[in-house]
Write a protein that binds this ligand. Structure first.
Ligand code: EPU
Length: 432
């Protein structure tokens, strides 16, 4: 088992480079299945979710070549199967994007679903199914496998999403790109990675308009052919380092970002007394004065992102006064609160709201990550705390953050990885 050992108390100074966006990469890699020819994808984050997805495509017959650490050539021309029911599919949430991609390419898809959710509550896919059904597919879910069949090909349709769903928007966009006729996705999600996927597909020959608004129009095309594409920077990775500097204090230049994607996070940090300066493709975050309380509700983009909720709640533990954080996207995303309470925080969860009383400091403790963003939040807690924190469950973090320990160490955090013998079986829950 791997643990992080963190000696808290150091302020953070210097520069950190942000990697490509995880949630764009995990949509764009399956999308390569729909392309005839070689897709060169640049700025891929070096995280285990990306490795898993590339291995899934390889198992299906794709030819994958690493050009360098962040660039791969994917050629799916020789893939002949619409079946992706491998065990490794169950490790990552984004495996469900293979449904849209395979339906688009073959008109049928047989895809293993990810297992139970690891931040509590359920993660339904009824909106994906509703959309594919409207597009003419017969969809059934049996023994953890989703089967979607059209006989021939998907047909364009108008689909109104009952909830703003990132996953359903992406999946339907994938299926619609090679469908017959026009598809309209109404009440679509607007996250930057949705726009990135649309840009990728358009650069390969698709015809998608309106991504980034709440109505996306997709005119189905007969085929897409290969090309080059570079993934956008990771909004949540950037936000996580912003929160780390805000919590620990110091001054860090966060490089290779799109400041507009970070507006929801920057404005809340400013309310908390943190200086955030937007430059062209970087931002400066500086915190010298004590943190101020605030109230936050997570919402779909451009609202405050749910994937930053654990990190911001963690630093609010150190703000003066009482803050509230309301989770507006997921039913339950507060499992990390028990771990923070071992470090001396004062948080009460009532329904979807956490009421956080600021404390003067947190104290290092043995704690455990239960999912990706909870893990990132607990690293921040360790950096801000007095004394030593030992964090277990770090494989979650490595699924979604490239070289987090190296990046934080370069900024002055005292954090190292240790290997503890007597490794238990790896947990098989999904990350994002
Ligand atoms: N929902 C439904 N029915 C559906 C789909 C979603 O009711 O068919 C509900 C969900 O239960 C939830 C809300 O709609 O309450 C939003 O879910 P969404 O579909 O947007 O989430 P997702 O696509 O499964 C992605 C990210 C998550 C991120 C959410 C929200 C990926 C791989 N995952 O999940 O990221 O929290 O959007 O922004 O893109 C993470 O990166 O740590 C992570 C969990």
């Amino acid at each position: 088992m791997t643990k992080y050992v963190i000696n808290g108390g150091n302020q953070l100074y210097g520069e950190v480079e942000i990697s490509g966006a995880k949630n764009a990469a995990v949509a764009i890699i399956p999308a390569a299945l729909m392309v005839n020819g070689v897709c060169r994808i640049e700025n891929l984050p070096q995280i285990s979710d990306v490795v898993t997805l590339l291995n899934i495509l390889k198992e299906m017959g794709a030819d994958i070549r690493a050009v360098n650490k962040r660039t791969v050539d994917i050629d799916c021309t020789r893939v002949r199967t619409a079946r992706a029911t491998f065990d490794m599919m169950r490790r990552i949430r984004a495996s469900y994007y293979l449904i849209g991609a395979l339906l688009g390419r073959f008109g049928n898809a047989y895809v293993a679903m990810p297992g139970g959710c690891n931040f509590g509550g359920v993660r339904p896919i009824d909106q994906h199914i509703k959309g594919f059904t409207a597009m003419g597919a017969h969809v059934s879910v049996k023994n953890g496998v989703v089967s979607a069949e059209t006989g021939k090909t998907l047909r364009g349709a108008t689909v109104y999403l009952d909830v703003v769903s990132v996953g359903a928007t992406i999946n339907l966009m994938l299926g619609a790109a090679l469908a017959e006729g026009n598809t309209y996705i109404e009440n679509a999600a607007k996250e930057p990675h949705i726009v990135d996927l649309a840009n990728f597909l358009n650069s390969m020959g698709a015809d998608i308009r309106g991504a980034g608004t709440n109505v996306i129009k997709i005119r189905g095309v007969r085929k897409m052919s290969g090309g080059f594409y570079s993934i956008i920077p990771d909004q949540i990775e950037a936000g996580t380092y912003m929160a780390a500097v805000a919590g620990a204090g110091g001054r860090v230049v966060i490089k290779d970002v799109i400041p507009k994607h970070l507006e929801g996070i920057s404005s809340k940090l400013r309310e908390m007394g943190v200086t955030v300066v937007d430059l062209e493709d970087s931002i400066i975050v500086q915190r010298t004065d004590p943190l101020l309380k605030t109230n936050i509700k997570t919402m779909p983009y451009p609202g405050f992102p749910t994937d930053m909720q654990p990190q911001i709640s963690t630093i609010l533990c150190l703000a003066s006064g009482t803050s509230t954080v309301t989770e507006g996207v997921w039913d339950n995303r507060f499992r990390y609160v028990d771990e923070l309470s071992k470090m001396g925080s004062s948080i009460r969860v009532s329904g979807r709201t956490a009421i956080i009383e600021g404390v003067p400091h947190l104290t290092g403790a043995p704690i455990k990550a239960s999912d990706l963003r909870a893990g990132a939040a607990l690293v921040i807690a360790g950096i801000c705390a007095h004394g030593e924190t030992q964090l277990e469950g770090v494989s979650y973090i490595e699924r979604g953050y490239e070289k987090m320990i190296q990046k934080l160490s370069a900024l002055g955090a005292d954090i190292k990885t240790i290997y503890v013998p007597d490794e238990p079986l790896a947990e098989e829950q999904e990350a994002g």
